[in-house]
Design a protein around this ligand. Structure first.
Ligand code: ADP
Ligand code: MG
Length: 386
């Protein structure tokens, strides 16, 4: 019965959700009675000043009313909610505790801590904004309050931009420009995202696009220090990661951006859909060509290089295989019957530079923003995704 009272319990049924949908004061729990006293709103003071350093995080019961579950992923549940004081719609990401009973020994989940601290440090139009942290009745119920964005990019393209209504080139530019600005900002602030993909990019009805899900984000250094290889969803994973390079840096995010750009052009179909790491490498080499002395001179020194026994290519061999799949899949100036967006020569050039095999030769996010693609031809526009 006590469970039913908790409208922020993720296991409660939809009926209970409906029943609890209208804002009503809830019995104060052990630790929200203290916060309540310091954050009470009055009609003359709708936006109480709350200092979490002095007063602790506010209680979710006093501050937000849940509307709907948006998604349940690996690291948390995302809710659509309403701010009880301002009526503003927000998103609450509930931190998932795998084994709440082990919380005392293992502490707060590292991915959640990373995400919160990174998002609080980074403030940019193209990165989802975080407002505050709020807590529930127990130590194991913690929420990150974010601005609400209607959809993620993957969903938006699937829902509204299928053939023949594929993204126009101006919109493609508008989306890529915003994503690149967010990533360039992160890299300038010594942060890697490490999980860029279309479902980790949010879109607003205004056409604004913002990066989210910074659970794998972390600081990088120059010269690069060894980092874990267990990052980036397989289809968006850079060749150097697949080849075991632990001293990686910003180019891994740029590779993911190349995959995202391709996916947007193909109306939502992921570019390289490997079934495992080896298959992913195979698909990737088919797409952009096998490494050569020119395309990736350091390739031989990579930890996993000896595990693969293909014959070393010369650039001539690659030419004979004709342009790899990339050129076939993305014909320049092709008419729209390919069920994909129009791409001009500059667009193709940018795509191939984002997907350069050698991380040292790969274009940076900042350089990509200066690429002629964004400065010639049709100007960029905010996308219409609703
Ligand atoms: N601020 C937000 N507004 C609206 N929807 C969001 C927001 N943040 C996340 N989502 C949705 O929830 C999904 C999961 O969130 P995400 O932060 O990517 O967590 P996970 O670690 O579970 O992948 C996203 O793909 C997106 O669809
Ligand atoms: Mg995600």
């Amino acid at each position: 019965m006590s469970k039913k009272r908790d409208r922020w319990d993720s296991s409660s049924s939809s009926e209970e959700e409906k029943e609890e949908a209208t804002p009503k004061p809830l019995a104060a729990s052990k630790n929200n009675s203290a916060t309540k006293a310091t954050t009470t709103t009055t009609s003359s003071n709708k936006f109480p000043l709350h200092n979490p350093l002095l007063q602790g995080c506010r209680s979710v019961y006093d501050t937000y009313d849940r509307i709907d579950k948006v998604s349940e992923g690996s690291y948390g549940i995302v809710w659509k909610a309403r701010d009880l004081a301002t009526q503003e719609i927000v998103a609450l990401k509930q931190i998932k505790f795998e084994q709440p009973e082990l919380m005392e020994q293992q502490g707060f989940p590292l991915t959640a801590l990373r995400e919160i601290s990174t998002l609080l440090q980074l403030q940019h139009e193209s990165i989802v904004g975080v407002k505050e942290m709020v807590v529930g009745s127990g130590d194991d119920k913690v929420f990150m309050v974010m601005e609400f964005m209607e959809k993620d990019l993957q969903q938006a393209i699937k829902d509204t931009r299928q053939y023949p209504n594929v993204l126009r080139q101006a919109e493609l530019k508008g989306i890529m420009k915003q994503i690149l600005e967010g990533v360039a900002y992160m890299h300038e602030h010594w942060m890697l995202h490490r999980d860029l993909k279309t479902s980790n990019i949010l879109v607003h009805s205004t056409g604004r696009v913002a990066l989210c899900d910074l659970g794998l984000a972390r600081r990088y250094e120059v010269p690069a220090q060894p980092l874990t290889l267990l990052v980036v969803t397989l289809w968006y994973r850079a060749p150097e990661l697949l080849m075991g390079e632990t001293k990686y840096g910003p180019p891994i995010d740029v590779w993911s951006l190349g995959c995202i750009f391709g996916e947007l052009i193909l109306a939502g179909e992921a570019l390289m859909q490997g079934q495992g790491e080896l298959d992913q490498l195979d698909k990737l080499f088919q797409m952009v060509g096998l490494p050569t002395e020119e395309s990736w001179p350091d390739y031989d020194q990579l930890p996993h290089a000896s595990m693969f026994r293909w014959k070393k290519q010369t650039s001539k061999d690659n030419d004979n295989r004709s342009a790899p799949l990339l050129a076939k899949k993305f014909p320049i100036n092709a008419p729209p019957h390919f069920k994909q967006s129009f791409l001009d020569g500059n667009g193709y050039d940018l795509l191939s530079k984002l997907l350069a095999l050698d991380p040292k030769q790969r274009i940076t996010a900042k350089e990509a923003l200066a690429h002629p693609y964004f400065h010639t031809g049709v100007p960029s526009e905010l996308p219409v995704l609703f």
